[in-house]
Design a protein around this ligand. Sequence first.
Ligand code: PEP
Ligand code: MN
Length: 337
Amino acid sequence: MLAVLKSGISRCEIEELKSAIEKCGCIVRESTEEGRCILGLIGENAAQAVGELNSTGCVEELKEVQEPYKLANRRFKQGNTVVSVKNGTVGGAKLAIMAGPCSVESEEQIVDIARKVKACGAGFLRGGAFKPRTSPYSFQGLKQQGLELLKIARQETGLPIVTEIMSADRIGEFVDNVDIIQVGSRNMQNFELLKELGRTKTPVLLKRGFSATIEELLMSAEYIMAGGNENVILCERGIRTFETYTRNTLDLSAIPAIKRLSHLPIIVDPSHAAGHWWMVEPLSKAAIAVGADGLMIEVHSDPENAQCDGPQSIKPERFRDLMEGLSSIACFEKRVI
Ligand code: PEP
Ligand code: MN
């Protein structure tokens, strides 16, 4: 429910209204639209809170929010959310470029790639330590050792690190060591994990499940936000369709759709969408052209011998060319790279 307040309501009155809503057991969010203060009410007791508000005479209009996601809904917050991550941001004018190998393989490998992607302008280092693999016999990641190696790469380059969490029992370890916690496609609807992440303040990169609708993605974001963590970054990484030529089908339409429906930042992962390294550059350009706030790209110095996802990984030289090619599109979109 959205309560549009009458004009001329004082700050003191607004604060009183907010505490009355909270006393009813509701979450309240304040925003401004055309100079008007709007209070968003969420919770089972919203009707009771509305009764309280109406009795004050401060409310001009009440609007029902039809969508099941509330905190993630643009109707609850007009401006774009900008998530701060150490010395960087995701969702602001500067595009957030996250690059690195699918999985951390050794100190030499991760530090070398981190240095190279940083030199090309990447703002974040990605690398999997705990890997969700389709086969139990495939490389499962270096696990805790992988996290330690990512920390060394961060120390060497200053790049914030992004890595995937697979289970809630590791949240403490991730909060202490990682700058952005990635929730992979396969865990997008692991609601217990999302609830636990909601109790932290660490930014969460939430990847779209490969069979999830846009609304389901936003509902998963809502789980994290409802727990109190509003630092959520969405990621479109391709969805499963009848097409088999590509690993997934990059749903570019999700970007303008999510920009319309939500205030949360959204980035695109063209690597997992395409499954082919040579598609990464054109899809990256397309993603920025449709309004994505950044990219997550797999980069490997020796893709032929990568432990994981070599066929979709680009070499650092190609990443440099990609970054150069992106700058004019970024500029056209009034973004900086
Ligand atoms: C990854 O980023 O390495 C990954 C496994 O991605 P996704 O969850 O999108 O498959
Ligand atoms: Mn991968």
